[in-house]
Design a protein around this ligand. Structure first.
Ligand code: 2P0
Length: 321
């Protein structure tokens, strides 16, 4: 069968996904809204091969265990009605220090490459649903630019869709606070937050409303509202995590230092908004023309530790042989 190579880009949630209503199907408690990034992506080649006795998986040239990807490939084999094992080779094009090597680009690229290699020609909605089964954030990485993941009620109704491109020159800076491994996986922490944080029900109510407000703010090209909603969703997610038992935060003193710089920039009239994910790094959402000023403000504390990027494209097939 043909070996297919697909490329998918990472995304950063402006309105966060945090918590699963159905952990097996990966159905989230709330909608989320994301921006796919141009400079960070994963390339994955999949080939279903007659003579293999098990799936094989390598990441950046290193052999990996297949405990996570074999169940995912089983979904593809079931859909396609084939029973061949696969050879999977992935390369992450994410600066190793960025802490952005997320499962979003990984499972979006795997969903596209594996489904095509198995002879399927899924549309973007079906691909988004398939990617979701690997990792929640991957649901959104099928699309370029802005996307909304509708939480849905079941496997058929939980998928992402593209949002219209706003008339805004969006840009994102990634402040590299710490490149170390995560102290706890987001999957485990998410489950514990749902189970133990007394703030979790309030998070669900508020974040669900915020997703709708974000769609409106984007449609109105209202960057102040887009930025405010972005920062609020992140801070409320981290507050909900902090209130879990045992209490926990991904933040470090440098996370707060970067956030303080963002707040000062805003006080100085520069539109810049902070968002943090399952790690200490700070991403700054802004407009293209503001990037030099923001880089300048970060220079004293984070020289050489800031990456700049812009909205990126949808997942696509880049090779077949
Ligand atoms: C997001 N994050 O919306 C949120 C915000 C991190 C913080 O999705 O368990 O790797 O595979 O569904 O998608 C990171 O968690 O979790 C994430 P699983 P995932 O981007």
């Amino acid at each position: 069968m043909t070996a297919i190579t697909a490329r998918a880009h990472t995304n950063i949630a402006l309105i966060k996904y945090w918590g699963k209503k159905d952990p097996k199907l990966i159905l989230p408690y709330t909608d989320s809204v994301s921006l796919t990034l141009n400079d960070f992506y994963t390339d994955t080649t999949v080939e279903f091969v007659d003579e293999l006795a098990a799936d094989q998986f390598s990441l950046d040239g290193q052999a990996q265990v297949t405990t996570k990807i074999t169940p995912f490939l089983n979904l593809v084999r079931d859909l396609a009605g084939i029973n061949l094992f696969a050879r999977v080779e992935s390369t992450n094009h994410v600066p190793t220090a960025a802490g952005l090597a997320s499962s979003a680009s990984a499972y979006a690229a795997l969903a596209l490459a594996a489904s095509r290699a198995a002879g399927l020609n899924l549309d973007q909605q079906a691909l988004s649903r398939l990617a979701r089964r690997g990792s929640g954030s991957a649901t959104r990485s099928i699309y370029g630019g802005l996307a909304i993941w509708h939480r849905g009620e079941d496997d058929a109704t939980s998928f992402a869709e593209p949002l219209p491109t706003p008339d805004l020159d969006l840009a994102m800076l990634v402040v590299l606070v710490d490149a170390g491994p995560k102290p706890i996986s987001s999957r485990n922490l998410m489950a514990n937050t749902v189970e133990t944080s007394p703030y979790y029900p309030a998070w669900v109510t508020h974040n669900q409303q915020a997703a709708q407000q974000m769609v409106t703010a984007l449609a109105q090209n209202d960057f102040a509202a887009v930025g405010h909603l972005t920062e609020q969703s992140s801070m409320q997610m981290h507050a909900t995590i902090l209130a879990s038992d045992p209490a926990f935060t991904y933040w470090t003193p440098e996370t707060l230092k970067a956030w303080a710089i963002v707040k000062q920039l805003r006080a100085d009239g520069i539109p810049a908004y902070a968002t943090m994910d399952a790690g200490p790094n700070v991403k700054i959402l802004t407009l293209g023309e503001q990037v030099p000023k923001i880089l300048n403000a970060l220079q004293a504390d984070f020289a050489g530790r800031v990456l700049t990027t812009t909205p990126g494209p949808a997942a696509k097939v880049i090779g077949a042989q």
